[in-house]
Ligand binder design. Structure first.
Ligand code: ATP
Ligand code: MG
Length: 425
């Protein structure tokens, strides 16, 4: 679990702003969900035989009432609970998103943490392939907005439960015949969740897995039409993709479309976004049958990519550092600062006294564009001194502006005008 300190936290804020305006541009609406939920919600939603439920959840007993609780390992289960509880999908289909920390007890490594953040996007009440395709196209636009490239789309379909059942027996058959090649985990899952064996990262099993029976051969016309419908939109949009028959996802609740956005620039933890359709989950958790589709992005992995692509935002210094010394000056200074903030100018107010010289040193080090300097002399005249701090560096062709005296009611205009001039040059 990591601390995110100033310097890095601003990059997070910039990321969040980009993500929010991207989601708004598709008409998705925010929701804020609890971090703790009753444990059975996750075991029912995610499935007993999954990595998450078997070994990754931070679960505990509420000592006040004995209730089993869990720090959310993902967002979809809680989101579905809320949608059911507040009858959100009864009248209208919903496009929703949320953002925040998730908790999984994993072995920490590059791109894998015990507290990590996801942006989760979910829709309820849309059954056609158009919404699956919309969510995939959204991803492509976000990578663009964030200035990262090289994130590739992998696509698959998991069909419907009955189709998977046919495939399942054939798959078990195949794995039984290759039992000597299975590792312990695979053996354990063979009869509970054989589909997950396809997802194994064990190099020794890859060759055998590559020739396992394909689910797609068991799909009926409806499932195939849905899959084709998604692909049609992607082709029309000119978005390249790879069909990966081994893409089965770690969670149990998916059907039909599944997709992942993957990069080869993050080593083994290359999936930055994963999602798909989960039409059965709302009913499974006690709601009315409601088609649903969603995806989750791993924020830490995306930020690493942004950093490596050089797409980090330049951290801007504050507009004004306010220097003040003397009794009259120090009484006037807070009002000057608030007046500037009224006009939308950001002010770092010097606290803690000290000589002009030492305050000016701090002003220089602050990265501020201007020092506003108030001594008793200025205070008594109803003026301040305005000193540009980044003149020569930022505008090498211009002469460094000198410090000048400005009446208090003119100072905001002076600063704004300078900003406009600087933008033009
Ligand atoms: P993996 O196969 O990497 O364990 P997963 O199937 O468990 O992934 P999901 O539950 O689909 O992952 O979560 C969606 C996304 O959240 C992942 O693609 C990844 O970007 C991110 N993510 C998942 N687990 C972690 C973690 N422990 N640390 C950081 N990011 C994570
Ligand atoms: Mg995992």
């Amino acid at each position: 679990m990591n601390d995110i300190l100033p310097g890095e936290a601003e990059v997070w804020e910039h990321f969040e702003e980009t993500v929010r305006s991207w989601l708004r541009s598709y008409g998705y609406r925010p929701m804020r969900l609890p971090i703790v939920e009753p444990t059975p919600l996750f075991t029912r939603a995610i499935g007993e035989v999954t990595d998450i439920v078997e070994k990754e959840m931070y679960s505990f007993i509420d000592s006040l009432n004995g209730e089993p609780l869990t720090l959310r390992p993902e967002g979809t289960a809680g989101c579905v609970r809320a949608v059911i509880q507040h009858k959100m999908a009864a009248q209208h289909a919903q496009r929703l998103y949320y953002f925040g920390p998730m908790f999984r007890h994993e072995r920490p490594q590059k791109g894998r943490f015990r507290q990590f953040n996801q942006v989760g996007v979910e829709t309820f009440g849309f059954s056609g392939p158009d919404i699956d395709a919309e969510q995939i196209l959204m991803g492509a636009r976000l990578w663009d907005d964030l200035g990262v490239d090289g994130i590739k789309l992998q696509l698959n379909t998991l069909g419907q439960m009955d189709e998977r059942a046919n495939h399942r027996s054939e798959l078990i058959n195949y794995f039984e015949k290759n039992a000597d090649l299975l590792d312990d985990e695979a053996k354990r899952r063979l009869y509970t969740n054989p589909l997950r064996l396809l997802d194994s990262k064990n190099p020794a099993m890859q060759e055998m897995i590559a020739t396992a029976p394909n689910l797609i051969d068991h799909l009926g016309a409806q499932s195939m039409a849905h899959f084709e419908g998604v692909q049609q939109v992607l082709r029309d949009a000119g978005l390249p993709y790879t069909i990966n028959p081994r893409l089965v996802r770690g969670l149990d609740y998916y059907n039909l479309t599944v997709f992942e956005w993957v990069t080869d620039r993050l080593g083994a933890q290359g999936t930055v976004c994963a999602g798909g359709r989960y039409d059965g989950l709302v009913e499974q958790l006690g709601g009315k049958p409601t088609p649903a589709c969603g995806f989750a992005m791993g924020v830490e992995r995306l930020l690493t990519l942004i950093r490596e692509s050089g797409g980090e935002p330049v951290l801007e210094g504050i507009d004004v550092y306010l220097v003040h010394q003397g009794d009259a000056a120090s009484r006037l200074a807070p009002r000057v600062a608030e007046g500037l903030r009224d006009r939308g100018i950001d002010v770092l107010f010097h606290c803690g006294g000290g000589s002009f010289k030492s305050q000016m040193k701090k002003a220089d080090a602050s990265g501020a564009s201007f020092a506003v300097i108030i001594g008793d002399d200025e205070a008594n005249a109803g003026e301040v001194s305005l000193k540009p701090l980044r003149a020569s560096g930022d505008r090498p062709n211009e002469q460094k502006q000198e410090q000048k005296r400005v009446p208090i009611d003119r100072i905001a205009d002076e600063i704004m005008n300078s900003f406009l001039d600087w933008e033009e040059t």
